[in-house]
Design a binder for this molecule. Structure first.
Ligand code: FAD
Ligand code: NAP
Length: 481
């Protein structure tokens, strides 16, 4: 039996106890929106996470050399340190060792799911499972020290490759290509864990091919991120002018009307790409860009059809040459090109994961919702909400999650009088502990931070991330440190 409390019923509502599941940007912005409203005077928010560490992809996705974006953690931290908010790490929801959505709903007036989209997408081409072929998701998690990565997959032999192919032309593709092409010396000042730093130090990768199946008009990277590739010390970016063909879907109406149709970001990207292409010619040849310590070859109109094998591991990628179809898509031309590579990273997007006990749309990889209200059988489910990537799908920068969270919180507040009539536990943490969970609270996270600072000091570096579950949990429990 739970010790139950309920908010004052009636027109308004005085007390609201909310669980936010997930402490990434959407979870923290949800908590922030709940704190900033004035409709319900007394709001208490527990921000739960399956990890003992907060901040989601800001800690485990944003590239380590993007220190300015990483520092957004400071503004997220201010929310989690508010007296009305508690961080409750090491509590998974929906998993075998966690708490089910149904039981969680007994503890709070409302639950907002902000669990992100953590899985990778597959190419569904032959050879994808060969050793040496990985998702960018796994590579990112590895250099970010995510504790789920397990036995170090890249330190062993993947970075023995001289040539690497990155499939996809989004910002994640640019991130992983940049980390491969950046000297490890520059990463020493970041929080990359020692094993990953050592492997990147020993890396023999000299050529990184970033390959898009469509043209530069449809590339998803942003100009700032693209430009950074050209600023890497010792690296040269090569672009084939023949692959910069614009899509007639844009050029035809532009020619007809004389008015610009190309989106501004595409124009800016093209300017950067054309600048690089002026230096080059065809960029496929091994001798092109000779003299640079590392070469980044940006390729377009190549659709992956097969990963090639030699000696039991990946040896390259076969691409079908494509051309614009005039409507934003591409058609195969019948020609093929093989690019040699002993390391292949597919950066073709993330995917939401079904959380047992919560509705899921397997096609979109999201939780069905109406303005953030979870839909069960097409109708809003009382007390259940979503925000962030699990609501919208895996696109958008950190800031996009703020407006997304605000929309969800607006729905929740509109429902507040009814929500406050539901029962909630006085002390949800005590109940979670009775159910066998071992939450890591804010003091535990601070203890992890101190342990990471200590580890860094012992290595003559700034804070260095602890990459495994046992290390994180041991540090969290050692609050006297
Ligand atoms: C590799 C990469 C780099 C990026 N770099 C940038 C960048 O430089 N700048 C930028 O603006 N945007 C960047 N983005 C985009 C940005 O990270 C996302 O917009 C944002 O993180 C999405 O927020 P979210 O809260 O929905 O998901 P997430 O950040 O993924 O947070 C989800 C949280 O939920 C927790 N969780 C998951 N399942 C459960 C469960 N069952 N129970 C409890 N907790 C759970 C997770 O542990 C995690 O902490 C990047 C994205 C990626 C993939
Ligand atoms: N610095 C930053 O701000 C930063 C850094 C990282 C991530 N992010 C954000 O995080 C979000 C996710 O980024 P993302 O790079 O994972 O996804 P993304 O932007 O959706 O890019 C995915 C890329 O994969 C390609 N692709 C998909 N399926 C493919 C297939 N079967 N074969 C070949 N190519 C395929 C796509 O091409 P098509 O277009 O042809 O489908 C696209 O080029 C984005 O909103 C991004 O901006 C931001």
């Amino acid at each position: 039996m739970l010790e139950a409390t309920s908010g004052k019923s009636g027109k308004g509502c005085a007390v609201l106890s909310v669980a936010v599941v997930g402490s990434g940007p959407s979870g923290v912005y949800t908590a922030q929106a709940l704190l900033r409203q004035s409709l319900v005077p007394d709001v208490r928010v527990h921000v739960l996470d399956r990890l003992p560490t907060p901040y989601g992809l800001v800690r485990y996705g944003v590239a380590p050399d993007h220190e300015k974006i990483k520092s957004l953690q400071n503004s997220l931290r201010a929310v989690l340190e508010d007296d009305r908010v508690a961080f409750v790490g090491n509590v998974g929801v929906g998993g075998p060792d966690g708490v089910s959505p149904a039981r969680l709903a007994e503890l709070y007036h409302a639950v907002v799911y902000c669990v992100g989209a953590s899985a990778d997408r597959a190419l569904a081409v032959p050879g994808e499972g060969l050793p040496g072929s990985y998702s960018a998701t796994r590579f990112v998690s590895w250099y970010s020290a995510h504790p789920d990565v397990g036995a170090d997959p890249f330190a062993r032999d993947a970075l023995e490759a001289r040539s690497a192919v990155v499939i996809g032309v989004g910002n994640v593709a640019v991130d992983v290509a940049r980390i491969l092409a950046r000297g490890a010396d520059e990463l020493r000042r970041t929080d990359v864990p020692p094993a990953a730093l050592g492997a990147l130090e020993r890396s023999r990768v000299r050529d990184v091919h970033i390959v898009g199946r469509r043209g530069p008009s449809q590339a998803r990277f942003t100009t700032k991120e693209l430009r950074e590739l050209g600023a890497l010390p010792g690296a040269r970016v090569l672009v084939d002018p023949a692959e910069l063909a614009l899509d007639p879907a844009y050029t035809a109406p532009e020619e007809a009307s004389g008015a610009p149709v190309l989106p501004a970001v595409v124009r800016r990207n093209l300017e950067v790409l054309r600048g690089w292409s002026a230096d080059g010619g065809p960029v496929g040849g091994a001798s092109c860009g000779a003299g640079a310590a590392r070469r980044i070859r940006l390729r377009f109109f190549l659709r992956p059809v097969e990963l090639l094998e030699r000696g039991g591991r990946v040896a390259g990628v076969r691409f079908a040459r494509t051309a614009p179809d005039g409507a934003g898509g591409v058609l195969d031309t019948g020609a093929y090109e093989d690019i040699e590579a002993r390391l292949v990273l597919r950066a073709v997007g993330y995917r939401g994961v079904e959380l047992p006990g919560l509705p899921f749309d397997p096609v979109r990889g999201t939780v069905p919702h109406a303005a953030g209200r979870v839909l069960r059988g097409g109708s809003p489910s009382p007390g259940e909400y979503v925000a962030g990537w699990i609501k919208r799908g895996p696109t958008g920068v950190i800031g996009s999650n703020r407006s997304c969270a605000k929309e969800t919180v607006a729905s929740l507040l509109a429902d507040a009088p009814a929500l406050a009539r539901r029962t909630a536990a006085d002390d949800p943490l005590a109940v979670l502990r009775r159910w066998g969970l071992r939450p890591v609270e804010w003091s535990g996270w601070l203890s992890i931070e101190r342990a990471e600072a200590e580890l860094g000091r012992s290595l003559g570096r700034g804070p260095v991330k602890i990459p495994d579950w046992s290390g994180l949990l041991a540090a969290a429990r050692d609050e006297d440190r």
